[in-house]
Design a protein around this ligand. Structure first.
Ligand code: COA
Ligand code: AMP
Length: 624
């Protein structure tokens, strides 16, 4: 099938298209029906199918005689470890850990929060949940105790699985004290916390804690439990417009079908081939293309614990590619900008044999043309920008190289993939002409793998995504289509920002700043950054009559955001100012502030209440 044919088939007959793709999965009960539309806009894929996702990711390949093949390669320059797990070994470890969870009373539908760095046990924990029909919720290690507590209260896990520590470059970050603090802060009490003790920093265990190593010594392996295709596989929290994260729900059957299909159609990775996704299991990219996608395809996945630079050098990605025979590399543009900054001529890349590398995929933030060209010239392979979100689970727009490569256009992630009927609408809901920016939306129903709802919050699912334009999913990104149907994603239309490929809410940071006793009002904006894409900057007005020293408050606010949200928020710059620019109706002009900070020739809107406030702020915004 050509790309054109595949795309047309997927929108004209989605049921037929995805039922055919569903043959790539081993079902316990084969689905006879594609899409259940009865509760639209709550669509459900494969309503009568039953399966186990862990069985499809592991046992299936062992049963097919490929147990000796490498499933997972753990490459950790920060600990000096390299370890390969065959499909058989990984299956056995997962089955035993599933036995540990079952022994702690975890069963089908129960939630398990996973708070771990990039260690194989994180993958084992996720797959063990899938094996017994439990729902995992992985929380990224860079989040602070408070963020973990919020997620524990929302997901109400029976068990939390954590590691004693993570390693950030040369710094050891104890995780267990953060977990203890989170459990203290949370209202919900997990029954047990399983702790993986790492030699770099061992935690003191309390009465609720279970030592991972001891528990697996005595546990009996657990078998795969058949679940409904519509049962949740995981919850993954992501930033929205407030400090309250959104619990994106992922179903089991639709996700498995979509990922399995995408591995060949998008990433061109098949059984026995090696995919290296340099992200983190705490993000959707990690869920889909470190863990589930490559394993569902019977490929080998590389789990890399380290940074693109500094652990110890900017040649580590190239070393991994050579050492493990990587065919497809996937990371965020920021990682390439980091490498380029240290090694602008790409001298380190030339020290390694990269002849097996066929594709570089980039996502998570806008790919700037300079990085696109630099990477392409350095590697001499297709650099595939592709656009997607936690909510969608897999790419919406990409160059479908596994089906039929399309000509590239710098600045565009190329074409909508089969299943994604992408449109651009104006504020009134009318389609805009080619080249004109508007809201990027997807016509319902979305393909399998996309979120069916938010955890315990159907209302918020509707109000966040489906109520702005009836019959369409609101992506939250703005941009346009060109006359060839290429999609150009220009940036978020809400207050989400992307910092080093990490999705963060400026609204959430504002809530933290506003909680300081000396702060009267505040604004956080995302400004352009040559390494991280965007970084947040905070501006606060102090309460009248306060005696506080502005410099002290600024430092306290930076620390407050680090303590409440986490180091990953990267808010390093907060300025006390006399006033914030507003419209006559009292809305802070964040867009104007952002434009000025980015050095654009930003017009001051006619609705401004007091133009002199903008002028007074201009030098601060421009750091003059
Ligand atoms: N656990 C604990 N702390 C973490 C963490 C984790 N898993 N991940 C990040 N942090 C900390 C960092 O140590 C840093 O702390 P600091 O302010 O004390 O230095 C802070 O959070 C900000 O992290 P980050 O924005 O990642 O900055 P960095 O300087 O450490 O690294 C890059 C910059 C570009 C090298 C890095 O972000 C990177 O490799 N990005 C790749 C993109 C990626 O993985 N994207 C995910 C989606 S695809
Ligand atoms: P996340 O949910 O963390 O994956 O972040 C999703 C958001 O990242 C999207 O809504 C976009 O704003 C941004 N994003 C992801 N990929 C791209 C891309 N290829 N081009 C532009 N923006 C992107």
């Amino acid at each position: 099938m050509s790309y054109e044919e595949a795309f047309r088939a997927s929108v004209e007959d989605p049921e037929g298209f995805w039922l055919a793709a569903a043959r790539g999965i081993d079902w316990d009960v084969e689905p006879a029906r594609g899409l259940d539309r009865r509760r639209a806009p709550f669509y459900r894929w494969f309503p009568d199918g039953e399966l186990n996702v862990c069985r499809n990711a592991l046992d299936r390949h062992v049963d097919a005689g490929r147990g000796e093949q490498a499933a997972l390669v753990y490459d950790s320059p920060v600990t000096g470890t390299r370890q390969t797990f065959t499909y058989e070994e990984l299956r056995d470890q997962v089955a035993v850990f599933a036995g540990v969870l079952a022994g702690l009373g975890v069963g089908r539908g129960d939630r398990v929060v996973v708070y771990m760095p990039m260690v194989p046990e994180a993958v084992v924990a996720m797959l063990a949940c899938a094996r017994i029909g439990a729902v995992h919720s992985v929380v990224f290690g860079g989040f602070a105790a408070n963020e973990l507590a919020v997620r524990i209260d929302d997901a109400e896990p029976k068990v939390v699985v954590a590691a004693s520590c993570g390693i950030e470059g040369s710094r050891v970050v104890p995780y267990k004290p953060l977990l203890d603090r989170a459990v203290e802060l949370a209202t919900h009490r997990p029954e047990a916390c399983v702790v993986l003790q790492r030699p770099q920093w061992e935690a003191t265990l309390g009465p609720r804690d279970v030592d991972w190593a001891q528990a697996v010594r005595t546990a009996r392996p657990a078998a795969c439990v058949s679940v409904a295709a519509t049962d949740p596989l995981y919850i993954l929290y992501t930033s929205g417009t407030t400090g309250r994260p959104k619990g994106v729900v992922r179903d089991s059957g639709g996700y498995a079908v979509a990922l399995r299909w995408s591995m060949e159609a998008v990433y061109d990775v098949g059984p026995g081939e090696v995919m290296f996704t340099a992200s983190d299991v705490g993000w959707v990219v990690g869920h889909s293309y470190i863990v589930y996608g490559p394993l569902l395809a019977g490929a080998t996945t590389v789990l890399y614990e380290g940074k693109p630079v500094g652990t110890p050098d900017a040649g580590q990605f190239w070393r991994v590619v050579q050492e493990h025979g990587v065919k497809t590399l996937f990371t965020a543009p920021t990682a390439f900008r980091a490498i380029k900054k240290v090694d602008p001529k790409g001298e380190l890349a030339r020290r390694y044999d990269l002849s097996g590398l066929r594709y570089l995929f980039l996502a998570g933030e806008r790919l700037d043309p300079e990085t696109y060209h630099w990477a392409g010239e350095l590697l001499g392979i297709p650099v595939v920008d592709h656009w997607w979100q936690t909510e969608t689970g897999w790419p919406i727009v990409a160059n479908p190289v596994g089906i039929e490569a399309a000509p590239m256009k710098a600045g565009s992630p190329t074409l909508p993939l089969p299943g994604w009927d992408v449109r651009v609408l104006d504020a009134a809901g009318a389609p805009v002409p080619a080249g004109v920016d508007g809201a990027i939306v997807v016509k319902l129903p979305m393909p399998p793998g996309a979120l069916p709802t938010l955890w315990n919050d159907d209302e918020r699912f509707l109000s966040s995504y489906l109520s702005t334009y009836e019959g369409f999913y609101l992506t939250g990104d703005g941009g346009h289509l060109d006359e060839d149907g290429y999609v150009f994603v220009m940036g978020r239309t809400d207050d989400v920002i992307n910092v080093a490929g990490h999705r963060l809410s400026t609204g959430g940071m504002e809530e933290v700043l506003a909680s300081h006793p000396d702060v009267a009002e505040c604004a956080v904006i995302g400004v352009a950054d040559s390494l991280k894409g965007q970084v947040p900057r905070g501006f606060v007005v102090l309460k009248a009559g306060t005696a506080a020293d502005p410099a002290v408050v600024e430092a306290e606010l930076v620390q407050l955001v680090r303590d409440r949200i986490g180091a990953v928020a990267s808010l390093k710059d907060v300025a006390v100012v006399a006033a914030l620019p507003k419209t006559r109706s009292g809305k802070i002009l964040r867009r104007t502030m952002r434009g000025i900070a980015d050095g654009l020739d930003e017009p001051v809107p006619s609705t401004v209440e007091d133009a002199s406030v903008v002028e007074a702020l201009r030098p601060v915004l421009r750091r003059e």
